[in-house]
Write a protein that binds this ligand. Structure first.
Ligand code: ATP
Length: 235
């Protein structure tokens, strides 16, 4: 079975996330998409997040009707030697994608194929991730393309040791980010045709300003946000 790991802060999950996962599932014949709320994403350590339990609950509501979408506890808070040491220093341990991918792979069957599902905005930072090269060796990527980005932009975002030379990527600077990039140690499939400008930031802002959420989130998620009084205070 083809399986995707879709990580994010999901604070909250929104229609852009769900549309991306559905498009990827259709295009790449994914039998499961695991939505993995990050415990503390390394790149967002300064931004206070809603508690993991709220973000997970909203994912569970948003995916309840989709039999192939699974809210995942792979990065659920748990007491480990590392996290308790980190607590002493008062800095919680970050969650690294490489560890999450390896943990998920331990549960898969030999014939399963794992893909890492990600938006192009997040992919542009992938070279800075912990053990980025190893992550590319562990699984293929499905990257949701965005208008205005070129194939060269995607290739130039790869970790330095996997990145083609500037001379090799230059001819692709005017070619839209579609198709596949297959290099030694790298498989990137680009998923185009998606253009949802919705973001979790915009939703938190709308709730704070008492604006209607419309179709930006599923009705069940909107009801949960209201019931729990999320995003009422500025962050
Ligand atoms: P925030 O506004 O808080 O930064 P976000 O809306 O970008 O959040 P994340 O949880 O950070 O949501 O994103 C998880 C993943 O979903 C990332 O890979 C991101 O690129 C992708 N993503 C987020 N919004 C969209 C969208 N509108 N269309 C396609 N992909 C998206």
């Amino acid at each position: 079975m083809n399986i995707a790991l879709f990580g994010g802060t999901f604070d909250p999950v929104h229609s852009g996330h769900l549309a991306l996962a559905r498009a990827a599932a259709d295009r790449f014949d994914l039998g499961r998409v695991f939505f993995v709320p990050n415990l503390i994403p390394p790149h967002k350590q300064k931004q206070p997040l809603s508690h993991f339990s709220h973000r997970y609950a909203m994912l569970a509501l948003a995916t309840a009707e989709e039999k192939d979408f699974v809210p995942s506890l792979l990065e659920a808070p748990c007491e480990t030697a590392e996290t308790s040491k980190a607590k002493v220093k008062n800095t919680p341990a970050p969650s690294y994608s490489i560890d999450t991918v390896r943990r998920l792979k331990q549960t898969l069957r030999k014939a399963d194929r794992l893909f890492f599902l990600i938006g192009l905005d997040a992919f542009c930072d992938v070279a800075k991730w912990h053990q980025a090269e190893a992550l590319f060796r562990e699984c293929a990527f499905i990257v949701a393309s965005r208008p205005g980005f070129s194939l060269a932009d995607v290739a130039n975002s790869l970790p330095a040791s996997l990145r083609p030379s500037p001379a090799a990527t230059k001819p692709f600077a005017k070619i839209p980010a579609t198709g596949d990039i297959i290099l030694p140690g790298v498989t990137v499939h680009l998923l185009d045709g998606l253009n949802f400008s919705v973001s979790s930031t915009a939703i938190r802002d709308a709730v704070f300003k008492n604006k209607p959420l419309g179709k930006l989130v599923p009705a069940s998620v909107a009801a949960y946000i209201k019931k729990e009084g999320l995003y009422r205070s500025p962050k």
